[in-house]
Structure formats: C-alpha cells, structure tokens
Design a protein around this ligand. Structure first.
Ligand code: ADP
Ligand code: MG
Length: 321
C-alpha cells in the first residue's frame, strides 16, 4: 500500500511548471507570484461523495467536476485561472482509482494552463476540496453587486440539462438512449465558461455562475445590487435534447428555473454596450441569450404565457433541496 508521500509523488506532482510558481508541491507551502497591477481571485468548493455526486461516479468524472465547478467560479469573476490546491480525503489508497482521478484532473488543468501547487491528503470518507486562484487586472473583476435598472439579463449555453440528467439518474424519468451521453456529460462534466468570463470584463455590470438554479442565482445578483429582475420564460435557452425528452410542462418549468448544476453564466449588460457585446459574441461564436431586464422592483419575476410564474406552485422548494 502506497504511503501518503508516494501518492503525492506518483499522482499529483505536475510535470511542467508555470513561470509564476516560485515553489510548488513539496514544501510546507507554495510560493506564488501575482503579476503586477493584478488582484488575486480565490475560491474553494468541496464535493462530498454521496452528497454532491453519486457514490458510483467514475473517478474521471469526479475529478473533472471538482475542478470544473471551481473553474466556473473563476469564469463568473472574470478571472484567468492560474493555480489550485487539492485537499483530498480518501477511504483507501486504491491505485486504479487514483490513477484515473489524477489523469483526468491534470488533463483538465492543462487545458486551462492551471497548475496544482499543493494540497493535503488524508484518510476518511471520499471528499475533494479544491481551492482555485486566478488573476484579474486590479478593479476589473465581475461581481454580483453592480447590476443597474435597464441592464439586459443574459445566460450562456442552455439551462436544465444537468437537472434533467439527475432526474433520469435517480429513476424519476426516462430519456432516449441517444440523449443520455449528452445529458450525463452536462451533469458530470460542466463546461467552465472561462473565455466568456474574460470577455465579460469589458461589458458586464454583474455576473454569477448558475449552480443552484437560475431564479436563485439571479436572485443573488438582484439582492446584492438592490434591484429586481424580469425574465421571459420562452426566451430561456434549452437544448434540443432537453426539449426532445421533456414534454411535461409541470416538470419543464421547475427544471429550467430552479434546476441546479448547469454552471452556465448569468450576467447583465448595460444597454449602451449591448450592440457591441452582441457583435463580438457572434464573431467568437459563443452561445448567449438575452432573457430579460433589470427592473427597480425587488425580486425576480418570470413571465410565462403573459403571466408571472408562481414559483411556489411549481415545486420550487423541492428543487432547492
Ligand atoms: P505538511 O506536513 O507540511 O502539511 P504534507 O505532508 O501534508 O505537508 O504535504 C507535503 C507536500 O505535498 C506539501 O507541499 C503539500 O502541499 C503537498 N500535497 C499534499 N497532498 C497533496 C495533494 N493531494 N495534491 C497536491 N499536493 C499535495
Ligand atoms: Mg498537511
């Protein structure tokens, strides 16, 4: 059985080093150099087996999701990811599991030029806690507190896919075989919208990643910005696979409005920047959709068939568990 140090050496020390890592894994702490005139943006997210993912999830998917949800926080802040640490609690030193986990982790890290610079390895129920660090030019971070009345509300990608995948996984609905791979990927391998986040620094007045559901997360923006929001249900983007597999309106509405785990970005664009933003987004071929507008009256209102959706009636509570 490998020791803690064998595990770290064998699975977690990266082969290449970023120039701004003065000292990586191996000492009591890492030494890192933040570029001049930049601020350090930091976030931590923990995944607990059986709580944040089903026990039988593959090590590749667990690693991917643990890092992707952290990358998503960087995207939501408009930060360029740079380094991360990994605190992992393992029930045993299963080398097959560790190999698959660490390969998937380093593959995703490499895609974003992100370096593992330290961590902690302990024995216990499977838990993965990643702290991620990135940079933004001082004062340019995207936050939740600057949305203004009249700003347009956008979301990236499509919503509801991850929640639909989870329902299918839990045996609460059936989906067509051809859709299963796509939907499972949306749940297990969320796409961190880093490129979009970086672009939004020039355009957005506020931004958040949708991890708990659109209404809840847009609600964080409106609360922090002391404004309200109106969104149009019909404009909220859905995937073909979602539409193909879900036709029961009583399920569609709560999944779209309150389904979690999509990790898309929800953000606001001031009117005077909207045209330029739309032009550049088309050039870069990034999918974003305007779904509504920031208003003065507090709260988030969703209009569907010319009526305000009654959030409680549609089972909102159930999906915020
Ligand atoms: P200490 O005793 O000072 O806490 P450790 O023995 O826990 O140090 O870790 C030794 C080195 O290995 C440290 O640099 C630490 O950051 C790193 N490390 C430990 N676990 C991990 C891990 N899971 N991933 C990456 N680096 C790790
Ligand atoms: Mg330690």
């Amino acid at each position: 059985m490998p020791s803690e140090f064998d595990i770290i050496r064998q699975y977690f020390i990266p082969t290449e080093s970023r120039a701004d890592v003065i000292l990586g894994i191996g000492d009591d702490a890492a030494i890192l150099s933040v570029p001049e005139q930049h601020e350090l943006v930091q976030s931590v997210d923990t995944l607990v087996a059986g709580v944040h993912f089903p026990l039988e999830t593959s090590p590749q998917d667990i690693a991917y999701k643990a890092l992707a949800v952290n990358l998503s926080d960087m995207a939501a802040m408009g930060a360029e990811p740079a380094w991360f640490t990994l605190a992992i609690s393992l029930p045993d030193a299963d080398e097959t599991w560790l190999k698959a986990f660490s390969e998937s982790l380093s593959k995703l890290a490499q895609e974003f030029n992100l370096q593992l610079v330290g961590g902690d390895t302990t024995n216990g129920p499977l838990t993965i806690s990643i702290t991620i660090n990135g940079f933004v030019v001082s004062g340019k971070s995207l936050t939740r507190h600057n949305a203004k009345v009249g700003d347009k509300i956008y979301v990236s990608g499509t919503l509801g896919d991850a929640a639909l995948a989870l329902m299918e996984y839990q045996g609460q609905c059936l989906v067509q075989k051809e859709s299963l791979v796509y939907l499972r990927e949306r749940l297990n391998r969320p796409t961190a919208r880093i490129e979009l986040g970086l672009l939004l620094r020039e355009y957005a007045s506020s931004c958040i990643d949708v991890s708990d559901g659109l209404l809840a997360d847009l609600g964080h923006i409106t609360e922090r910005s002391r404004v309200g929001a109106r969104i149009n249900f019909e404009e909220i983007p859905r995937s073909e696979e979602f539409n193909l597999n879900l036709t029961d309106d009583a399920l569609i509405t709560p999944l779209i409005l309150s389904g979690g785990d999509d990790y898309e970005l929800c953000f606001t664009i001031p009117l005077d920047k909207q045209n330029e933003f739309e032009t550049i987004i088309k050039e870069k071929n990034i999918l974003v959709t305007c779904i509504g507008e920031i208003e003065e009256a507090a709260g988030v209102r969703c209009i569907k068939n010319n009526q305000v959706v009654d959030v409680k009636e549609m089972g909102y509570q159930h999906f915020t568990d």
